[in-house]
Design a protein. Sequence first.
Length: 163
Amino acid sequence: MKLSGMLLLLFCGGGTGFYLSRQIRSQIRIWSVLIALLEDCMIYIRYQHLPLPELFALLKEKQAYQNLDFLQKLSFTPELSPETLWNQALEGTRVPPQAREILRNLGAELGRTDLQGQLAVLTLCRTQMQNALEHCRTDCEQKSKLYQALGWLGGAAMAVLFL
């Protein structure tokens, strides 16, 4: 009975480490999807000259963006400005805070300028997100193994304490 309790503590600690490691890796996926979203926006604006309501209605339907909760909440109405709607959609979203800030800046500029201005803003935001993705990748490489090791060590320490 005591042995099974100690093993349970060990595996709970290890599982916690793996969970935290997976959380860091999920941030990489989120950044990658956001970069793809910006690239799709650039393509649709450049070649199809879509207005913002049509652009985001089209992007909502794409399977790759079904998990972006802010995009699913975004619905344009004539009563509110696009910037206000964009900020409301970003409230309480699951994207990282740095990405939320980049997206807020994008929402403030998108639709206010001509085609070249919008493409320039999208290019700037994509560059900022690519830099953040690279930082997240290096952070993941360092912290992922650390969290796993700390989880196993914490579980082992708890098992030894209850010995």
